[in-house]
Design a protein around this ligand. Sequence first.
Ligand code: FE2
Length: 274
Amino acid sequence: MGNDFACNVVVEMVVFIGDTHGSLTIDKLRKLKEECDSGVRHMTKKDFVLICGDFGLLWNYKWTGRHVDSNPKDQCWNEEEIALLEWYENCPWTTLVVLGNHENYDRWQTYPISEWHGGRVQKVSDSIIRLMNGEIYEIEGHTYFCMGGAMSTDRGYATGTEKYDIHKWWWPEEIPSSDEWENAYNHLDEADWKVDFIVTHDVPAYVMMQPELARLCYRASEMGNLLEMIRMNTDFIHWFCGHLHIDRHYGKVSVLYHDIVDVEDFLGENLWQF
Ligand SMILES: [Fe+2]
C-alpha cells in the first residue's frame, strides 16, 4: 500500500489522498508530480487524484478584485491561491475533491453547478472538480458515493476574535444540510444502497470507537453517527476519508493523510474486508 505503484502504468487510474489544506500539506502531491515529471509514473488528465476533503484551494476571505476566468464572481483570489491553481493545472492528472471543513464555502457557493459522470459537480477548471454532497458518480466503471463536510475544530474557541470568526476560519456550510442528507438518501435509495466506493471527509462513528483513537473522541459528532448509519446499511467495497490527519486502515474504512492509495488495490481480493 502507500506509495507503491507499478511503473509506467498506462491504464486510467483513480488514486486517493487525504487533506491538503491549500498548499500547507501538499508535499505528498508534489512528490507524486515529481514522479510523473521524471517518468517514474505515467499519468494523464484522464487519471484522477481524489482528495478526501480539506482541499483548501479556495480559502482567502478578503476581496482582492482578482478572479479566474471560470468564475468572475469569485474575486477573492490572492497570489498564493493563483500560484496553487496554476500548479494544479500543470499537474498531469485531473483533481477531484470532496470538501471538508478547511474550505471557504462562501466562495464555493458562487461556482455554477454542472453534470459530470452522472452527478452534480462544481468546476474551478476542467481539471479541478468538486464532487458534491450526496451524489453518486460512475468513474472508470465503478460507482462512488460522496459526502464531504465535517465540524471544524476551530469552532467554539476564542469566539469574537478574528481568527475564529465565522466566514473567516469556519463556515456553517461545513456541516451538510438536511437537503444534502436527503439528496444522499435519495441517491442511495435509487442505487439500492449498493455502491462500489464511498468517499467522505469525516469518518463514520465506527472509526472513532477504535481504542487508539480514544484521545480524539472529542471529535465524535452527529455527522459521524449519520455516516455510521450509511456504513451499516450500504453494500460497498471500500470507504476513503480524511479529517483525522492520520493514515490508518480499519477494516473497509481507510483514513488517509500522507498515503496515496490506488483504487485498484481494493478490487479483486477482499484484502481489506476483515
Ligand atoms: Fe484537515
